[in-house]
Write a protein that binds this ligand. Structure first.
Ligand code: PHE
Length: 449
């Protein structure tokens, strides 16, 4: 028997859940190290341009598709364009969710390890911290156990449903997380030598920009806002008719960018103050943050709270990813919610363990020159999300009836839609053309620079 569809309780509840999905390891872990490896401020500027010019219209589009159909991502396209092949975007989205979960849960597991390590405290020696990090991620057992724990906790919440699980958790966690990151950013700014990090974050050097950098910034903006893979479509399917989806989209984008910049401010100045290389890569946050904590009074307690916060931030994102796949299994294969979640989690147990092992035991095994972990990340962020985003805007711009778009953006005429014509223009022309150009140039098929 199919349960009646669950719904978020209010517009604010929707906002918090979407922010819960958007704000996560993408802000705390991925953003700072992407900024570090792609040369700093110039990358951030590109990222901001993409958020405003491309991500917002895509977010509108996803909200329109999801709320209109009140269906999982596959069913949504089948309802809106029956008898066509547009449901392919749904399958692409489910694949992207699985790819992201396969490395995301592993990093979420790392935050659990660091939460536990903070009870004993961290060394203030960068060399020791670096060694500590690599020997942990390369080990075969603990990272996999923590990834299973994170996955298990998330699965339980998803089985519990939308309103009482996801929405409630986000209401408690998100304000707490904001306070933590503001506190850290301020503390880090007072470290001697921090100024260099601030300059790195805000003084652009445009000569650093290559086609790869542009694609990486585009990928990061999609990843961070949970776009291009049906996550927002799925959440939107639990949104009631009255909610103002334009407002929710705009506020979510602000909140997410705010978090990313704050995380950059919490990490980058510390990188320079402690003499770490900004291009360190995925280990960046796990070396700088413990180092800061080691030097603070009550550092252990603060570290514990912070890593606990990170774990929960990861959790609220993992939940949204599982929901995409579980909603698809539940509604399309007529499974119970519980069975759907168990199947989803079982897939991730396998792919996640492989990606964790690719840091150590399976290090030599590569696909297209990348280890399994990096391959999942690259495939999802730089290929599947841009492709998904592209297909979604083309669908809303060219296939969906304009009156449906207007109807949804205005919540059936309840709200005014400022800039409707401009939004349509971006959805129809600018977004698809820009994404295509960036994509082709990163693949080396056309030359931008
Ligand atoms: N936006 C999340 C983060 O930044 C990751 C995510 C991507 C979640 C795609 C859902 C969908 O951590």
């Amino acid at each position: 028997m199919q349960q009646p569809r669950d719904h978020f309780s209010s517009q604010f509840g929707v906002f918090l859940a979407v922010v819960g999905s958007a704000v996560g390891l993408g802000n705390f872990w991925r953003f700072p190290y992407m900024v570090g490896t792609h040369g700093g401020a110039a990358y951030i500027i590109l990222y901001l341009v993409f958020v405003v010019a491309l991500c917002l219209p895509i977010m509108f589009s996803e909200f329109i598709i999801g709320r209109r159909t009140q269906s999982n991502v596959f069913g949504a396209f089948k309802k809106l364009a029956p008898g066509t092949g547009w449901w392919g975007i749904g399958l692409l989205s489910v694949a992207a969710s699985i790819a992201i979960l396969s490395f995301y849960c592993v990093v979420g597991g790392w935050t659990i390890e660091y939460m536990i390590q903070s009870v004993v405290g961290f060394s203030s020696d960068v060399g020791v911290l670096g060694h500590n990090f690599s020997s942990f991620v390369e080990s075969p057992v603990r990272p996999i156990l923590w990834h299973l724990l994170l996955l298990g906790m998330s699965a339980v919440i998803v089985v519990g449903g939308i309103r009482n699980g996801i929405e409630k958790a986000c209401k408690i966690v998100m304000p707490f997380l904001l306070l933590m990151v503001i506190f850290l950013a301020i503390r880090v700014l007072f470290l001697p030598g921090a100024g260099e990090g601030v300059i790195f974050l805000f003084k652009p050097d445009f000569s650093k920009i290559t086609a790869e950098t542009v694609l990486a910034a585009l990928g990061q903006s999609f990843f961070s806002l949970s776009l291009g893979m049906g996550c927002i479509i799925t959440y939107a399917s639990y949104v009631k008719k009255e909610a103002n989806i334009v407002k929710v989209s705009v506020y979510t984008s602000f909140a997410d960018v705010g978090f990313s910049i704050l995380c950059g401010l919490a990490i980058m100045p510390a990188v320079f103050a402690f003499g770490i290389l900004p291009s360190e890569g995925p280990s960046l946050a796990f070396i700088t943050l413990p180092n800061i904590f080691a030097q603070l009074p009550f550092g252990n307690a603060i570290a514990f709270i912070f890593f606990a916060g990170l774990t929960v931030a990861a959790l609220t994102s993992v939940i949204s990813l599982i929901e995409v796949v579980a909603a698809y299994f539940t509604e399309e294969l007529k499974l119970t919610r519980r069975t759907a979640v168990i199947i989803t989690a079982s897939i991730i147990v396998v792919t996640g363990s492989l990606s964790s092992l690719s840091m150590g035991a399976l290090k030599g095994f590569t696909i297209f020159g990348k280890g399994i972990f990096d391959m999942f990340d690259y495939l999802a962020s730089n290929i599947l999300l841009p492709l998904g985003g592209l297909s979604i805007v083309i669908f809303v711009g060219w296939v969906l009836n304009k009156s449906v778009v207007k109807d949804e953006l205005s919540s059936e005429g309840r709200h005014r839609v400022p800039f409707f014509k401009w939004t349509m223009f971006v959805i129809k022309f600018i977004a698809p053309i820009a994404i295509t150009i960036i994509f082709l140039s990163a693949l080396g098929l056309i030359k931008l620079f």
